[in-house]
Ligand binder design. Sequence first.
Ligand code: 5GP
Length: 182
Amino acid sequence: MAYCDTHVERVLIDQKTLTDRVGQLGAEISRDYQETNLFVVGVLKGAMIFLADLTRCIDLPLSFDFVAVSSYGAGTSSSGAVRILKDLDVSVEGRHVLLVEDIVDSGLTLSYLRGLLLGRKPASLRVCTLLDKPSRRRVPVHLDYRGFEIPDAFVVGYGLDYNEQYRHLPYIAVLRPEVYRS
Ligand code: 5GP
């Protein structure tokens, strides 16, 4: 049995569906911003693969940087506390910022990051998330671009991890329950 088959219970979003949707999001962002020079902020490590694919579908001048925040640690549920582990290397003041997230769950991370970035006086700030789990929301957040709404399940792949594993899977999947027990 292949490595992935022994760990993955089911594929929620396959590779082709991801590619198509990321392309649509890139086209939408390109249309909305017209000639604007965009500053894309990715949230490490989960949004890394999404950002890499998304930016290559955006037909605009742009640059990007990353922030890293603490969220789930080694478990699968949020403690609610958000902390900056790595800040941006440059100022966002006066720039058109697109914040790129892998997944919005409780909304706490996004809400914290929005507040942080807005305090730095960007010209504009929009949010693009690949995945959205609205049933788990604890604070309201506005999403300008959203790839997929998903049900309340812990997912991995395409940048998302469990204990730092599975980020490299080219699809979004739910793991077998025995993975969490081992
Ligand atoms: P929130 O602050 O919205 O509760 O959670 C945001 C962060 O929690 C995400 O950026 C991600 O790192 C993590 N997270 C939330 N749901 C999932 C999930 O289903 N799978 C994985 N791997 N991470 C998740």
